[in-house]
Write a protein that binds this ligand. Structure first.
Ligand SMILES: [Ca+2]
Length: 182
C-alpha cells in the first residue's frame, strides 16, 4: 500500500520532470536531485522494473521494458556516489538503448561523472547516466523530430537514431511481482 502510494508519486514526478525538460531544455538542479533521490529511495525498497514509453511526431509509439532497475542500489552515500544506474533484462519493441548505461553514474552540467574527457551533459544538453557518452538521452532538448545537430535531443537511438528528438518519453517503475519480495 505504502509502496503503491510512493510509486504513483514517483510516476508523477518522473513525467513532470520530463515535461519540464521538454519545456526548459534541461532540468533544474533541484528537481533533478529530488528526482534521483526519489527513485533511489524507492528502488532500494525491493526489486523494481522499469518501463519506458516513447512517442514520435507521427504518433508512433514504442516501449522498452527492463526487468531489473535501481539507482544507487549499492551506494553507502548515493549522492556522493553519483546515483549509479542498475538496469538489466530488456524486452520491448523500441530496442535497447539503456543497457550500455548500466553501472554509470548520473552526470549533470555541474557534476561530471562520465567516462568522456568532456562533460556529456554539457555536450549533449541533457542529464543522464552517461558513459562516453550515450545511446539514449531522454533529458535532452525538445527539438521536435528530425534535427541537424547530433544526439542532443530526446534520443532513443535504437528506435529513432541520434538525430530525432522524440515528442514524448516517460519512465515508470514498479515493484516486480516476486512472491519472495515484500
Ligand atoms: Ca567527463
Amino acid at each position: 500500500m505504502q509502496e503503491k502510494e510512493l510509486d504513483s508519486k514517483l510516476r508523477t514526478i518522473a513525467s513532470h520532470t520530463m515535461m519540464d525538460s521538454a519545456k526548459t531544455a534541461g532540468l533544474h538542479l533541484h528537481s533533478k536531485q529530488l528526482w534521483l533521490k526519489q527513485i533511489h529511495a524507492l528502488s532500494i525498497q525491493g526489486n523494481y522494473e522499469l518501463r519506458i514509453d516513447l512517442e514520435d511526431f507521427e504518433n508512433s509509439t514504442a516501449y522498452a521494458h527492463y526487468g531489473t532497475f535501481g539507482v544507487g542500489l549499492f551506494s553507502v552515500d548515493p549522492d556522493d556516489d553519483g546515483y549509479p544506474l542498475t538496469v538489466g533484462d530488456y524486452s520491448g519493441n523500441a530496442g535497447d538503448s539503456l543497457l550500455k548505461h548500466n553501472g554509470m553514474k548520473f552526470t549533470t552540467k555541474d557534476k561530471d561523472n562520465d567516462h568522456s574527457e568532456n562533460n556529456c551533459a554539457s555536450f549533449y544538453h541533457g542529464a543522464w547516466w552517461y558513459r562516453n557518452c550515450h545511446t539514449s538521452n531522454l533529458n535532452g532538448q525538445y527539438l521536435r523530430g528530425q534535427h541537424t545537430s547530433y544526439a542532443d535531443g530526446i534520443e532513443w537511438s535504437s528506435w529513432t537514431g541520434w538525430q530525432y528528438s522524440l515528442k514524448f518519453s516517460e519512465m515508470k517503475i514498479r515493484p516486480t511481482r516476486d512472491p519472495d519480495n515484500k
